[in-house]
Design a protein around this ligand. Sequence first.
Ligand code: AMP
Ligand code: MG
Length: 320
Amino acid sequence: MNTKKIRPLILAVIVLTLALSLWHQSGGSESSYTDREFLFDTECTITAYGKNAEEAVKAAFERLEEVHSLTDMYSESSDVYRINTAAANESVEISPSTADILDTALRISEASDGAFDITVAAVTKLWDFKSEAPKPPHESAVCEALSHVGLNNLILDSEKLTVTKTDSKTEIDLGGAAKGYAGDEALRVMKELGIEAAIADLGGNVTCMGSNPKSKDGKWRVGIQVPFAPTGEYDDIVETSGGAIVTSGTYQRSFEYCGKLYHHIIDPKTGFPAAADYSSVTVICDSSRLADCLATACFVMGRENGNALAAQYGARIIFK
Ligand code: AMP
Ligand code: MG
């Protein structure tokens, strides 16, 4: 081959290499994998980038299923079900994952002065948001249920991996905490498999890590939903290099009865939906398990106390 023919060939190879590298940087489809599953009563979507993306997303979903099966209060084999049906002073063995979730939940319960309280289950069970014709429970039923709510009714032994209740009718509800833990776990599992960039969206509970191959500056952009607007309508975009963006909103589960809106974030002091002049609270911080508990807690606490609690954990907070 003479040099006149070689030059255009070299140029073509350079152009092709450049194009491929730009295509790769812009998130070429071969280097990413996305999957969806319905877990924790919501649609969960995970995307991983790079080599082993498919294997990593599948492993992350296996971990999510594990966490879900431990924390689903309606599944008879779950740790939560066994705690809820245990007698007073009976020691219930739990898995290390459940102990981790309980540990974070109890810390935030204490820090929020009981605004976040997983022992609120006796009350939350009275609120049926899935019924065809939902209506608020009777005040006397709420009052009776409230007598079994309280952090002192639950003793966690993180070393022995046991939970003991002092009141047999005390039950726990990890609906405000388990998804956050699962988000952290999804990223951890993928990281262990060599994934450097990934995003997990567990229904308003977003966790991401690494440099986003889909954006020029590598940042992740997460839209904060306009409350009660059709899904996908955002008016705030949070930019982050990684971490958790978690939203607790009344629009996620609510019903109207006699012209009044009843939602699923319960004030453990009253047993009724927390009164608020906002519809959602978004917490942005490094840890998803913390952000999940904080978002629910801050919703109940209100703007001033919620801001103060979030600041204690170095978290950003948005009320909407
Ligand atoms: P989230 O969407 O994370 O704010 O969690 C709301 C869910 O947590 C509800 O559907 C209940 O299962 C549970 N929950 C409601 N109120 C509280 C509360 N004050 N503290 C802890 N969990 C709660
Ligand atoms: Mg929460």
